[in-house]
Design a protein around this ligand. Sequence first.
Ligand SMILES: Cc1ncc(COP(=O)(O)O)c(C=O)c1O
Length: 429
Amino acid sequence: MRGAAEDMEDVFDKRIAPILEKAMGEISDWPYFRALTPKGPGEVTVEGRPSVMAGCNDYLGLACDPRVTEAAAEAVRRYGASCSGSRSLNGTMVLHEELEHRIAAFLERPAALVTTTGFQANLMLTALLERGDTVFSDMSNHASLVDAVRLSPAARRRYRHRDLDHLERLLSAAGPDTAKLIVTDGLFSMEGDVCPLPGLGTLARRHGARLVVDGAHDIGLLGERGRGVAEHFGLMDAVDLQTGTLSKCFGSLGGFVAGPEHIVRFLRYTARPFVFTAAMSPASAAAALAALTVIETEPDRRQRVFNHAERLHNGLRALGYTTSPSVTPVVPVHIGDELLCLRAWQELLDHGVYTNAVIPPGVPSHRSLIRVTAQATHTEEQITRILDAFAAVGRLLRLVPRGAPDDYEPVDLIRPRHHATAPLPAESP
Ligand SMILES: Cc1ncc(COP(=O)(O)O)c(C=O)c1O
C-alpha cells in the first residue's frame, strides 16, 4: 500500500526515448552495447560472430598495434594499474608530464594538460566562462562541448551547422560588451565534415572572440603531419585553444587541452572536471606516448586511411547510397527512417560487417545513418567485403535503386599531403 505517495511525482518515473522502446520490440539484433573482441587488424567478433570492423574511431589502427599495447603493459608492470588519485595530489607520474610535453610540442602550443577522458577536456572549458560572457556553438557540436557550455553561467548562442553568416549575425548582435568564445568540433563525428576554420578565424578576430577547436577526430588524421584541421588549413595560429581525445587516433584513453601557458596553468588549478577526478591510468598515458611516436613517424598511415575512405565513399555512391557531405574517413550512409536504419545495421552484421547505427539523439529525427569508418589497417579485401555487404543489404531492404545508378559524383576528400621528409615504412604490423 503506497497510499497518497502513489499520487506524488517520482524522480524515478523515467523511460528511455519512445523510438528506442519501439525499436527494441521490433529489432532482434540490437546495435548498442554489444560485446566486441578485436581479432586482428580490421576484424572483430561480435559475441562470437566474426565481422569486418567498419565502425570504430581507431582510424590509424593503433589500439592493437604491438608497440602501443606493449608500452601499456610495461607501464602497468612498472607503475601499477591505477594512479589512485587526482593529478594535484598523488596522481601525477612522469608519464603524464612527458605526455604533456610531447603533445604541446606536437601541436606547437606553449603548454598542454592531459585529462582522463576527452569529454573532461571539453568540460574544463566551464572554468573559463563567467556570467556575462557569451559562447557561440555550432549546432552539431559534440555533447561534451554542449555540456561545457550548459554547465557554465555564460549565455549560449547556437549557430547553424558550419553557417558563417549565421554566426556573424549572432556575434554582431551580442555587441562589444561581452567576452566571446566560439567553440566547434574540428571534424564532426557523425557527418564527417570539417569546420570552416578560415572563416571562423576571421570572424573571431573581427569580433574579438577566442576560438576553441575540439580535435577529437582530426588530430592524428588531418594535416600533413597529423596536427588536425588547423594544420590542414595552414592556420595553426587561428586556434586559441585546442582540445582533443586520446581514444581515437591515439588508440588509448584520455584527453588534452593545449594552448597558452597561463590558460593551461589556470585550468590545471581551477577546472573542476580536472581537479576533482583521478588521473589517467599509467597504461593509457604510456599507450598514448607510443601512439604519438607512430603518428609522428608514419605519415603513410594517414594516406592509407584516406585511400580506403575514397574507395568506400565512391563504392557506396556507385551503389546508389548517399554519403555526402563527408570529406573524410568518417563515411555517413544516409538512411533516414530510424527503424530502417536499425534493420540495415542488423542485415549488415548478418553479412559480416560491423557498423554504427546512428539514430536520434545522435542525429536529428528522420536523419538516421549508418556510420562507416575507414582504418589504416584495413586491407583492400576487407573494404571489398564492406562494399559487398552494402550492395546485398541495399537490394534486400530496397535502400538503393535497382541496378547501378547511371552516374554518381565522386567524393572530393580533403587528403593530407605527404610529409616529404618522413620515412615510408612498410605495411603496418
Ligand atoms: C567530437 C568529440 N569530442 C569529444 C569526445 C569525447 O572523447 P572521449 O571519448 O575521450 O571522452 C568525443 C567522443 O566521442 C567526440 O566525438
